[in-house]
Design a protein around this ligand. Structure first.
Ligand code: NDP
Length: 338
């Protein structure tokens, strides 16, 4: 299958790219600059441009941003939409989070609808943020659930902004399909916190993607005096999530469905303990005793999850936390010495 993948410079998309290539697909990925595209080509010196190439989409929030990116020869048969801002630094939620998430998703679907009629499947990377309701912290969640955040709440604080960006973008994608009845079917991946090895190009450890920053901070000693607060204590390994995306591209029965892809529960305290057990050299940097307590599960209780649809429809299986942490640490160690 010939696939367009958005945001190939990112943490998750780099794994999706790798998994798609391994499974015999050819991929064109969008990036913001030619330099970012070149890094991806450089990491795959043996692949021809027919198998892997990039195209520049400088800002997914702009209208018609994807109009030419969706056109290719041979034409695309599937699209995976991974690009979306994921950070908690926003000062203007509408501009920095909601617009790129919602306009990026709808703009991409419109471009496919207009200019790429050969596309049969679109897979969107949504989030557990579009499922979980933080006011019900001990409920068991599945694909049937939607985060109830409102436009008014969306503008208050970066965490609400991010949660709303994912909820509104996914809702808009389902609405687009319902309203327009396009040639393609939609499939959505809803991961919680994504952990695991970093394989995309990083300028330095300061640009580690949001979900792996806690691991970097535990390794470096930055969290020695206070283990970071865990927040959403559900995780999935990035490699399992990437395989989930590839299976959502490949399996006809994935069409019209969202998939809550959850590997299990975790706390930052458990991450610190795994690092301490597996990497004795890092023990001195880690929080212990009282300093670990802030990284424990929240006192209000923990979200339950039902990920059976992903296992039954896609056949996904999930790695344990230890594998994600050990491989993430190894990848970060490589970056710090390079
Ligand atoms: P990254 O920050 O590593 O990747 C985000 C990607 O989106 C990058 O390629 C980035 O480009 C691109 N991007 C962001 N804003 C724009 C924009 N305005 N125009 C063009 N490109 C843009 O994060 P992840 O890999 O973790 O996130 C990928 C997807 O997964 C997102 O949709 C995110 O919401 C979702 N997700 C992530 C989770 C996690 O724990 N990591 C959990 C649940 C969902 P550049 O590299 O140039 O900045």
């Amino acid at each position: 299958t010939r696939v367009l993948l958005t945001g190939g410079s990112g943490f998750i998309a780099a794994h999706v790219l790798e998994t798609l290539l391994q499974r015999g697909h050819s991929v064109v990925t969008t990036v913001r600059t030619p330099q970012k595209g070149q890094h991806i080509l450089d990491a795959h010196p043996n692949l021809s441009k027919a198998t892997l190439d990039y195209t520049v989409v400088a800002d997914i929030a702009r209208s018609n941003a994807f109009d030419t990116a969706v056109i290719s020869e041979p034409p695309f048969e599937a699209v995976v939409h991974c690009a979306s801002p994921y950070h908690f630094k926003s000062e203007d939620n509408q501009k920095e989070l909601l617009d790129p998430a919602v306009n990026g998703t709808v703009g991409l679907l419109q471009a496919i609808y207009k200019n790429a009629p050969t596309v049969k499947r679109v897979v969107v990377t949504s989030s557990s943020a579009a499922i979980l309701d933080p006011t019900q912290p001990t409920k068991t969640y599945s694909e049937a659930d939607w985060c109830p955040i409102t436009q008014e709440q969306a503008l208050v604080g970066p965490a609400n902004g991010y949660r709303a960006s994912k909820t509104f973008a996914e809702r808009a994608a389902w609405k687009f399909v319902e309203d327009n009845k396009p040639n393609f079917s939609l499939s959505v991946c809803n991961p919680p916190l994504v952990l695991g090895p970093i394989i995309h190009h990083l300028e330095s450890l300061s640009s580690v993607n949001t979900s792996n920053q806690r691991i970097r901070d535990l390794m470096s000693g930055a969290a020695k005096n206070a283990c970071p607060y865990t927040g959403n204590h559900l995780f999935v390994d990035v490699r399992d999530l990437a395989l989930g995306h590839a299976l959502a591209v490949e399996k006809p029965e994935a069409g019209g469905k969202r998939f809550f892809m959850v590997g299990g529960k975790f706390s930052n305290k458990e991450i610190a303990e795994i690092i301490g057990e597996e990497f004795p050299d890092l023990r001195d940097n880690l929080p212990v005793g009282e300093a670990l307590k802030s990284g424990d599960y929240p006192a209000r209780g923990t979200y339950g999850f039902d990920s059976s649809r992903s296992k039954e429809v896609l056949g996904l299986t999930y790695r344990p936390l230890k594998d994600s942490i050990v491989d993430a640490v190894k990848s970060l160690q490589k970056i710090s010495v390079s």
